[in-house]
Design a binder for this molecule. Structure first.
Ligand SMILES: [Zn+2]
Ligand SMILES: [Zn+2]
Length: 287
């Protein structure tokens, strides 16, 4: 049974292979559909976001792939769009008239240093802890709250189709524990965020990148949050956040087993040009 993936990067941002190599892998794995989601440009220097002048070429290349492989697989053009306080998300990430099939909204930046550069927490642990010290005086609760507030603002203002790696701010917790996910202030913060996601009718991404890249393995969002998502009947989608073709479905079977245990039975996926709920088991989508 096939999988589907709508979160992957390529040479247009910080991925390690061309869009063509990714689609060939998706076809080889029997995917019925595939979504590209390079990091959208941001209005400042960034090592991993797409350069603004590459956006038109990126969309044209996906258009070419749609024509070349459309008889074998459905191809969708998306972007992973940063929401950054003070800059906003979708409307500042490129020309307003770009036409996307879907958008993933993600928060990777939580503050601005005195030299005006933006603090990206999604890097090496050392840079993360230095940033928290400089910008938040080691008040992790304040930093985590700022992160989730950005996710809430993004959801309200941009209404992305998919909310990317919802609790990614926990990613350095195994290096040095700064978050106890059972504390009430945190569960309340998550609850408030989920309530807004529910109101705005967005899909929460279950992102497996932490399962195959992180030691110890880490699923975004974690099990306790996924249980709340299930109780609230918020739709989910399974993505791997692949940076190379071999990562397209990594961690999917393991994640699917965890999701089935919680009670989930379907993913909301973009298929035949519309979002629809498709049942799954640990081996793939039941289509
Ligand atoms: Zn991301
Ligand atoms: Zn990503």
């Amino acid at each position: 049974m096939p999988w589907i993936n709508y979160h992957s990067h390529s040479l247009y941002c910080d991925g390690k292979a061309s869009p063509e190599e990714f689609i060939r892998q998706a076809i080889a794995e029997g995917f019925p559909a595939y979504g590209y989601s390079s990091h959208a440009p941001v209005p400042f220097a960034s090592k991993w976001n797409m350069a603004a002048d590459k956006l038109a070429e990126y969309l044209a290349e996906i258009g070419r792939i749609k024509k070349a492989y459309g008889d074998k697989i459905q191809v969708y053009a998306g972007l992973e769009i940063d929401y950054i306080e003070g800059i906003r998300g979708r409307r500042f990430s490129g020309p307003d008239n770009i036409s996307l099939d879907f958008a993933i909204g993600s928060v990777h930046y939580i503050g601005q240093f005195p030299d005006q550069s933006y603090f990206c927490f999604d890097g090496q642990p050392e840079a993360f802890f230095n940033g928290i010290e400089l910008l938040y005086r080691n008040d992790f609760r304040k930093a985590i709250t700022a992160y989730f507030q950005s996710v809430m603002h993004m959801t309200e203002f941009d209404q992305p189709d998919i909310i990317g790696h919802l609790d990614k701010i926990k990613m350095h917790n195994s290096t040095r524990a700064y978050l106890d996910e059972s504390e009430k202030w945190y569960t309340d913060l998550v609850e408030e965020t989920l309530e807004i996601i529910l109101q705005q009718d967005c899909i929460v991404e279950v992102n497996t990148r932490g399962l195959y890249k992180h030691n110890p393995p880490m699923l975004y969002p974690g099990i306790s949050i996924l249980k709340r998502i299930f109780q609230k009947n918020i739709p989910i989608i399974l993505n791997s956040d692949a940076h190379q073709p071999g990562e397209l479905s990594l961690g999917f079977s393991h994640a699917a087993e965890l999701l089935l245990d919680i009670g989930f039975r379907s993913f909301r996926v973009l298929l035949d040009d519309r979002w629809q709920d498709i049942a799954f088991d640990q081996k793939g989508l039941l289509i």
